[in-house]
Every structure is written in structure tokens, then in C-alpha cells.
Ligand binder design. Sequence first.
Ligand code: SF4
Length: 315
Amino acid sequence: MEFSFSSKYPFTSEAKQKVEGSSLELNDEIMERAVQRVVAALKGEKEHAYRLHPSDELIELGSYAAARVMLAYLKNRFLTGRFAVAEAKRASSFMRSDSEENIRKLGDELGIKPTEFEGRMVLPVSQYVSFSPRSVDYRLIFRNVAKGFVEVKRPEVIRLMEEAVRIRMEALKPVQSPPKIIQEYSKKLMVLVPKEAVMKMSFKEGDNPPCIEKLLEQARAHQNLNHQARWALAVYLLSKNVSMEKVHSIFSNLPDYDEKKTKYQLEHVVKRGYTMPACATLLSYGICVADCRIGSPLNWKGKVENWKKRKSSSS
Ligand code: SF4
């Protein structure tokens, strides 16, 4: 069955117009579905049953809109982040097999407009840098760039569009006093949210170099970390003898947290005996944020102790 553009991409203006042009009103069915949508995102359920049959289209679009209003009302950054990742991944799973016409239409809406130059697909640098994921593969220095354009492949365009959807999902206009039904279901939603999802992080701060503090801060703020950043953080913490359990709990704050995957990745780091990358490597990954001149983040403690010694002997 071919699903409609709006069902696949409920964040588009076409979907919005459909809802606004209908006589749809918030009711329990829509709200239940909206709650399910957020909870499924929290649990990382990729295959949750979206009802894409044409007769369900309006319910589905309404539930998407209602979920966004609830998130804006709750002002919970973690929930919003998880929802944004889930919706972006859902959209990109449709994009991968969608027609060129739909991809172009969606790209126009998201501000990602690839063109052709000498038989290659290219994207203006400004669009590329606005939506490229924080991964070393997407850094401009590793790309073919000419005359203000970056060469891209179709899967990369889809990945950039996924990022654009995620960013769009995270931008919520504050809602102060929504309809009563939204308030009621927001309460219900918070009851259903697994406890660990809103768990506060507890780890000692201040003993780590600036790059690691920054990664911890991003995790604490429920922001996404790219693959290299996660790996560097995991290797660092495990090298500092932070327990596996604690490292896992830190990673559980990331919006796209997946329990099994995280466990596998952490065990993999231990099994392979990865050692902390040098500052130069972290610099090339875009993780380094200061000029500490210590060679490796693991030397931070020694540097701090030296500073203290020098300070006390000069005073
Ligand atoms: S110099 Fe090394 S320790 Fe300091 S911020 Fe950069 S990567 Fe981290």
C-alpha cells in the first residue's frame, strides 16, 4: 500500500494544512495515540505500529500534533529529545525508499536542495553545514568541495534530512495553558514514563579535562553524542575505573539510548581493550575543546596536581 506524503512526514506544512482544513478535534482516541507515540519513542521501539491506512490518516496526524503540544507543555528536554530522534528515524526510514519527487518535495520543505553539477549530486555548503551530523565522516575537510558546493550521495542527503527533521522536532514553541485534555494526558504520560528515563545523573565533576567535561555536560543535558564522542567518553570513564553500571547510567541519558546496544558497545570497549586516544586524535574528531598540552586526557590529573604544586611553592 502506498502511504500518503503527510502520513509519512507529519511535520510538513502539507500535513499541517490537512489537519487545519479538517474538522478534527482532540479526543481520547487521538490523545491515547499521542501518549503511545511518545512512550514508544522513549522505549526506542522502532517498529511501533503507526496506523498508516488512509482512513486513519487524520488520527495519526492529530496524534503527532497532540504529542508535540504535550511535550511543549511539559518542557521536558529528555522526552523532547527522545521523541525528536524517534520521529526523525521514522521519517528517514520512509525516505530511504521514497520517490525522487517526494525526496525533492521534502528537501524543499527542510531547506536541503541538492542539485547536479557535472554529473554529481552537490549541495550548497551552507545547507550541508547546517544539517551535517557531528560525525568525522561529514567534516568538510574530508569532503569534495568546489565553488561553494559539497559533493554528496543520496544516502548522505537522507541522513542530512533526518538531522533536519530532528532539529525541527526539538524546536517547540512554549505552551502555557493548553486545552484541558492536553493537560490531563500530559499527566498520564508522565506516569507512564519509565523512572530511569528521567533519572538524574550522578557522577563526580571537575576531575576531568575540558573535552570530557563537555561530553558529560552534553549527556547531562540529554543531547546526542556522535559515535566517536560516545566511544571516547566510554573509554575515558572505563580507564578511570568508573563502574560499567555507572557508565551505562550516564549513557542512558542520551536521546537515542538503547539498553541492549549500549551494553554491547561498552562490553566491546572492555573486550577489545581500547586505550584512550591521544589529544591529537580527539582534535581530528572535533572533540578537543582546549589546548591543555597533556598529550592524552588521562594525563589531566597529573597536570592539575603540577599546577597546584607550582602555585603553592610560588606563594
Ligand atoms: S587538549 Fe586533550 S585533554 Fe585538553 S581538551 Fe583537548 S583533547 Fe581534551
